[in-house]
Design a protein around this ligand. Structure first.
Ligand code: HEM
Ligand code: HEM
Length: 347
């Protein structure tokens, strides 16, 4: 979440930058005078105009001079280096113009903040209620000695890992929009890995609860289990593809760019499938296990199950909205490119 402090930090950085730029011989703040051209071009690596969507291109001095006239390259480079200080995004631009952060915040990002907080509240409530549900109505948690109680880890860890962490990892770029892209990528991959580990534990406990029951319960007979396992497989493939495409070095730039829409689509598809599977699992459990009094009489355990289901849907809807609304998309910040020394690792 871009908290106030994050925003203020961004504003501070923005306010300082033009001044710093003026002091720096390599980065003139005003429109480049011809005299400044050699100084700018002589830096080891220069970031020039954003091309191909969001990707800044790096151009070495030699390449710049051969590909385009040096003066034009320097002018473009200078504009690019100075411009992000005032045009990172609506929120930063407004804050810089008046010097007062919150009062002039981009309305789109105020919406984002409110909805993001709502998403977190919804997600945390969902986890607390699942804990309450299994604690109050199904005997709490247990190990392999008691397969019935071991099962209870399944909804709990699926809710924490495969729903809450999965959703939050998707939102990381938009929620922490003033953090450097490289850091966000590592966090995105790290949270997804944590989600995956909890999901694998949740799968182990449910398989145990079937295999260790006496008599054993058949595996993989329900639509819930089919779609749930499919969601885990989509997630795993997506992780490997995301890692190869955006974190590991070596993949050509145009392939990375081509991968991004697929990455976003399958990331969201897997998430929606996870929510759908959780709803089916919840319904199954309610019908199988809320028997005395029966689920059909709307006992407290049934009401709680329904509330949890509604929260899954609201959480899912909020995450998908926040991750797809174009005006909430994170815009590149100067730090994304300022420390560039290898194009593959810092996209
Ligand atoms: C989205 C996350 C979830 C995934 C990926 C998932 C996946 C699975 C899988 C693969 C099985 C089959 C285990 C076997 O056949 O031995 C299963 C069983 C089960 N799950 Fe889930 N589950 C999820 C969430 C939930 C939730 C939230 C509940 C709510 C209580 C739940 C309840 C059940 C029940 C009752 C079974 C046993 C009956 C059956 O095989 O369908 N699941 N789950
Ligand atoms: C199962 C694992 C993953 C899922 C479900 C997933 C899902 C997503 C989704 C839905 C987005 C769109 C976010 C937005 O537009 O704000 C996204 C963006 C992105 N993901 Fe992943 N991702 C996964 C793994 C990875 C991995 C391992 C990497 C490697 C670092 C990665 C790198 C990226 C990058 C660079 C973006 C673009 C962010 C932007 O420029 O706005 N993802 N991911």
């Amino acid at each position: 979440m871009s908290k106030d402090s994050d925003v203020e930090q961004a504003v501070k950085e923005i306010k300082v930058e033009p001044a710093m730029a003026q002091e720096s011989p390599a980065v003139p703040a005003a429109a480049p005078a011809p005299a400044s051209v050699p100084a700018t071009v002589s830096t080891a690596t220069t970031v020039i105009a954003v091309t191909n969507g969001e990707k800044p291109m790096e151009v070495t001095p030699a390449a710049a001079t051969s590909a385009i006239p040096a003066a034009a390259a320097a002018a473009t480079a200078t504009a690019e280096q100075v411009q992000p200080a005032t045009t990172i995004g609506g929120i930063e631009l407004a804050a810089t113009a008046t010097g007062s952060g919150k009062a002039n915040m981009d309305p789109a990002l105020i919406n984002f903040k409110v909805l993001y907080v709502l998403t977190q509240l919804c997600g945390l409530t969902m986890i607390v209620l699942v804990g309450t549900w299994i604690g109050q109505h199904f005997g709490g948690l247990g190990g392999t000695a008691n397969p019935k109680l071991e099962f209870n880890w399944h909804p709990l860890f699926m809710t924490i890992g495969f729903i809450y962490l999965y959703g939050n990892s998707i939102l990381i770029y938009r929620g922490f929009r003033t953090t450097r892209k490289k850091t966000l990528k590592l966090t995105h991959a790290g949270i997804h890995m944590a989600a995956f580990i909890l999901t694998v534990i949740a799968l182990k406990t449910v398989f145990d609860s079937h295999n260790l029951a006496s008599p054993p319960i058949p595996n993989m007979y329900s639509l819930h289990s089919w779609l749930g396992l499919s969601a885990v497989i989509v997630f795993s493939l997506q992780y490997v593809a995301g890692f190869v495409a955006f974190l590991a070095p070596g993949l050509r730039e145009n392939y990375r760019i081509a991968m991004m829409p697929l990455h976003i689509y399958f990331g969201l598809f897997g998430f929606v499938l996870a929510i759908a599977s959780a709803l089916m699992g919840l319904t199954e459990k309610a019908i199988f296990a809320i028997t005395n009094p029966a689920y059909s009489t709307l006992p407290p355990a049934g009401v709680l199950a329904n509330v949890i289901g509604v929260l899954y849907v609201v959480f899912g809807a909020l995450v998908v909205y926040l991750a797809t609304e174009p005006s909430y998309k994170r815009k590149p910040i100067p730090e994304d490119t300022a420390l560039l020394n290898s194009s593959s690792a810092n996209e």
